[in-house]
Design a protein around this ligand. Sequence first.
Ligand code: BGC
Length: 904
Amino acid sequence: MKKSAILFLIFSLFTVSAFTRTGVSHLLTENRINPIGLDTPTPRFTWQLVAGERGVYQTVYEIRLAESTAALSKSKNRVWDSGKITSGKSVQVPYKGPKLQSDTRYYWQVRVWDQDSKASAWSEPAWFQTAFFNLSDWKAKWITPASRKDTSASPLLRKIFNLHEDIKSANLYITSHGMYEAFINGSRVGDALLTPGWTSYNERLQYQVYDITDMLQNGSNAVGVVLGNGWYKSDMGYNLVRYKDDISLLCQLEIHYKDGTSELVTSGPGWKSVTGPIRYSDVYDGETYDARYEIPGWSTPGFDDSDWGMVKVKDYKMDNLIATYNEPVRKHEVFTANKLITTPKGDKVIDFGQNLVGWVQVKVKGKAGDTVRIYHAEVLDKKGNFYTDNLRTARQLDTYVLEDNGTETFEPHFSWQGFRYIKIEGYPGEIDPVNFTATAIYSDMTPTGTFECSDSLLNQLQHNIQWGQRGNFLDVPTDCPQRDERLGWTGDAQAFARTATFNFRVDNFFAKWLKDLAVDQKNGDVPAIVPNIGKGVSGSPGWGDVATIAPWTMYLAYGDRRILEDQYESMKGWVDHITGLSKNNLWIPSWSFGDWLFYSLNNDRSGESAITDKSLIAQCFYACSTQNLINAAKVLGKTTDVENYTELLKDIKNAFFREYVTRSGRLVSGTQTAYVLALQFDMLPEDLRDQAADRLVDNIRHYNNHLTTGFLGTPYLCHVLTRFGHDDVAYELLLQKTYPSWLYPVTMGATTIWERWDGIKPDSTFQTPSMNSFNHYAYGAIGDWMYRTITGLDTYSDQPGYKKIRIKPHIGGGLTHASATLKTYYGNVKSGWEIKDGRLLMNIEIPGNTSAVIYIPASGVTESTRLLKESEDVKYLGEEDGYVKVEVGSGVYAFVGEEVGGMR
Ligand code: BGC
């Protein structure tokens, strides 16, 4: 070998080993990449170890923080250096330095020491920017147009201002009563939609912060804002009420110059206003845009606003202002028109192929005054006609009036629709599908999970679950996105919460919504919908319990202790509220939604409808919430509460036993939901559990292997069957194709999860239109079982957030392979298995700074061709219930073994 080749080899070896050294990447602050506008005084930092080898974990970390990247490396200029901290914690590590200043950008970086005490290099810096910590930081005043002829139309507001050279940074702080879109010098600020988002406005109104440095110029500048009605002023809810009518704006531009001076531009006197082209907007009914009212250049400095009206300064409350914590709503997938249909009724309809939530962009050329109407629907009826009866009073109609200006492009701003089909009226000329595209909009959550297996119907089910989540995670978790509800129904949210954590990163989304829940709680009672607009009814069993179920679920899935701290009083309030309503430890609610939308017959002479006693359900959820509260109290070290509520839980279960269980262990309701809830929440003494699970199986057999559960029993049905050794029955239910089942809608062409098991009946007629949404995520709660049982991907409650991973696949249902991936805060986890020629292959990926216990349902197992007992990286833990059990650290592993007979 030549000398140069040898040198190259040595160099390469050196480089490779340098690369395999542990590194740090994926820095997050408050679970987001470089967030702007945090009002959390102690933001939490997260990072990932880039593990080039197996078994990598962190033993020590050091964080440093400064106001510029240059200052990070100079100790005297730094704001904070954590020093070397001996700890394996790399997720949500709280800031512990001096008090942070408002409206300031901070940079931070981290380095770690691994299991061999090898230090990583300092990470690339990440940053976050604070919002306003003090009410006195706000100098702006609320403003509203001084006079408005048409109060349903959207006002434009504007202001010009002068700046001098050398702007270092500039931020826009903005919120509104109603919704807003902001512009600087003619360009849209940011890409967030439906801002300021939906919260319990009276107590919590979010503002957003945008970096507008690059949008400003030396000399004259203009800021313009268009306001829409949004959740604030639309008629919302089942009793169609509004928060208030006053559409108004609050905004403040903070401009910092390089010489250290600052300038403020605030909403207040001197702004001008006029009515713009959005003539009408409403959450349920849609938007009307009349291009003849467009005002070119209205948000540029050179525009002449002398004929615009004045604004009024209003004394609206400011102490409800909060920064925005969750990801904003943004545009996502774009769908081209699948086909143009002429229906039997003669309507021109476009099919986008996917039931989605968002809007359609229309390109059109015509005369001034031509009016194009776009109606939205989820389904066509049996005959192929456009079907909107299930929208109830929601019009879902966008109207565009043309200006005669060549090709014009329209889309709504302050309204969105749930649809797969649109009906087009008034389109001038030929309708060409290329002129119509549908865009999905939803909260910009990071996609985290994938699930895929050998059954194409199950893959479509997973697709439908994810689309149900996209459509209904629109700033708040909604029941449905199309009819006149679109509300934060608490029961639906609790049913779906765990599944939601697999598909997308939803901890900030829930953290924000749960704070609204807490402020809407009155004497502990949780309203049925949050934000509680109008006269919302109070917490029904399984609805109000979201107060304990969601925080505990977020803790499990993300290891988020702060959510437990923040929600603890709310959790406790709910349990105490139930206790206050109970007699002899029995919660017998005066009313309840029960096991909503369970299997029932129209003309039930035989008594086959699966009606579960509502009080029995209530007692199970009383126990569930008390258990969650005890769990949270343990994590937070509240020992007295642990003792007191543990006593209470015993009493709740004893009361259940006295009231609802016969001497032979039968429940007073013989339904699947009754057995599922009693077993899921450990309501029965241990010696009565197996027979109860057998009764559950008998019941399923009685319905010819069909489920009969509603919103409350469904999420736990397969979990309970698995826990009591009935995987085969769980798989039969999952793979059942006839009504009622998860796959029945799939066989009927569903692209989302339906509200009802038979939204479209086998004869292609519809369920009753007053309650028949085709995009309701609750029954999608089976997704959790698919991830946690089919591919076996789970976490441990004592090391939550996948710090310690459990992989225990339950192979069955004739599946030949299944695979799931999950982006955790530590990195990617993968659990995949395949059966080939009688051999089981398991492909596993475990991220740095975590460990995993893996259960392999096979014999004679090897890992990367080595016998387990010979492998240094795999710790053999023995055999258990037909599984070989091992423990591993980070890395990629391939296990192979003989398929254990009978597992399918
Ligand atoms: C909603 C549900 C909700 C229910 C309460 C319905 O109108 O769409 O999903 O949970 O009311 O029973």
